[in-house]
Design a protein. Sequence first.
Length: 695
Amino acid sequence: MTAVSEIFGCNVFNETVMQTRLPKNIFKSLKKTMAEGTELEPEVAEVVASAMKDWAIEKGATHFTHWFQPMTGITAEKHDAFISPTADGKIIMEFSGKELIKGEPDASSFPSGGLRATFEARGYTTWDPTAYAFVKDGTLYIPTAFCSYSGEVLDKKTPLLRSMEAINVQAIRILSQLGKSVTRVTTTVGPEQEYFLVDKEMYKKRKDLILTGRTLFGAKPPKGQELEDHYFGNIRTRVSEYMKDLDEELWKLGILAKTKHNEVAPAQHELAPIFGTTNLATDHNQLTMELMKKVAERHGLVCLLHEKPFAGVNGSGKHNNWSISTNTGENLLEPGKSPRENTQFLLFLAAVIKAVDEYADLLRVAVASAGNDHRLGANEAPPAIVSMFLGDELTHILECIERGEIAEETAKCFMETGVTALPRFAKDTTDRNRTSPFAFTGNKFEFRMLGSAASIAGANIVLNTIVAEELEQFANRLEAVADIQAEVMEIIKETVKNHKRIIFNGNNYSEEWVKEATKRGLHNLKTTVEALPTFAYEKSINLFVKHGIFTKAEVESRCEIMLEGYSKTINIEALTMLDMVKREILPVVLSYSKEIFETLKVKQELGFNMSVEKEQAYATKLSNLTESLMSKIDELDKLVLETKNYSDVLDAAKFYREYIFEAMQTLRVVADELETMIPAEKWPFPTYVDLLFYV
Ligand code: ADP
Ligand code: MG
């Protein structure tokens, strides 16, 4: 086997490659662009393109693609060959600076919300030099941003880069007030990705998995996750072979795949990378999800990324570990060793506290999807109520500051103090709280509400922007006073006083918390449909416009796209359900019923004083359930037709949630009950036992 150090990044046009393949001045100017976001000269692009092409061809590439992240949440690519004809009927391999910098895919078939009506369909992709190009399956992939002809943003990368810029600007202002000279501040992310693996042959027999990514039917198996024997359990050979193969593919692309283990549900697993800058982490998470699926195929498996592939066992999420760091290598959410550093830490912490409290609804929107609705609040993932876990020690320190008792209190508790100073506190004392949606974990925050299938861009756009907003407010205050230290303490104090309602260190899964949260006035946006409209509230629009993340039209169109996406998802699920129940389940149920009725009839005709009581009860139950199933089918059919009456996207989404989704649930209950009565070999598709326990 080749050494990991040799495999790692071998298909990436990274700095080492750039350094050996680019003239010194070109490398320098490209690095400047990467580090500081400065514009790239066309001559530089020309040289970079040529070097990239030569390198890619050596790696077996024949094509290049502008790789982008439209609002579908997945990535898009269109491949062009490097070939260019010559006069003598042959070809040469060409790739110009222009082709590197700009592409022109047709934008009309990507979701654009209301933007499509007002603007031209033409779209542009522009190279993002802050992310590395790479070779995959014979193609050179160039990470790009995607916008419309008139400049409207049509992707998830552009706003993400903008939000990183916003927080950079504001954090530098703060740090400069604190006497630090820092030239760049970036947010960092490490997303932990959960997934399921099922056997490919079983998968192929389930239309619901193929079309919707989740099972729409399935009786509860005799065994679920109650023995807790899967979490961190021994990894089965087939799965372990898959994981090895996956790691290798990820390493080749420079993705720092680090941790792998079995998760709580049977057939569920997790992969966590080492964190990186948010931009790169987002690209890498998209690639990770894509490769998880591709590599599975090679092993006769299918990787399910849906948030809730199976009812009754845990679904899949994605923990978004997030922090802020400087170009000097300092993590701004790392509690410091000296009181001075702790003041800085607490100031940034205060910004996050205030941000999460004031914009909890936006964080909720950022994780909203039809799939994630099955998890949030279902005692397997955080509730739909956003709150923050800080741990007892940190909370105590903040409370002391609020009361103005810093010196005394901290002296009692922590031994080490100064007059206006703060004590040192160790990061490991922050306890784990697995139920919190937004937990401080020592030197970073872990945002745990994200669904497994979604791009992490949305959540990080919101996080970066809301924290940038608070940092801006703080910076304005600090720049206006002479006594910086006193003002910092005042800001922290005020923040604790006004925003402590968002801090909750208890059990987020409990009923009491739901009541308590209501008392505190926190949002409880239970479903996607309830959450999404808040994205286009005036307050949200003002925030995004102010920081240059989205225009008003872009916010509104995104809101529309998300609502439409929700309705479309439920619509596909309902149609798939109807198809399966009418053409697969019902015929089997009817033919089996015939057997039962015939058995009963034969027995009755024979006479002999034999009791037919049990058979009669059994036949009656079967008949009742069948009848019930048929009426549920009629109801769902009727409701699906009614959706045509809703032209407004919000009304439609509400109808899908309140009626279609509910009708699907009740239909499923009857079908699942029937599954428990029909002979195993007659049931038309693999059951939960087949899917969950045979890999
Ligand atoms: P745990 O969840 O058990 O605390 P780790 O400490 O390994 O596990 O962290 C989980 C994830 O958090 C990993 O992907 C890790 O790279 C990431 N992470 C660690 N430090 C940071 C940071 N400063 N910024 C962003 N992510 C981080
Ligand atoms: Mg975690």
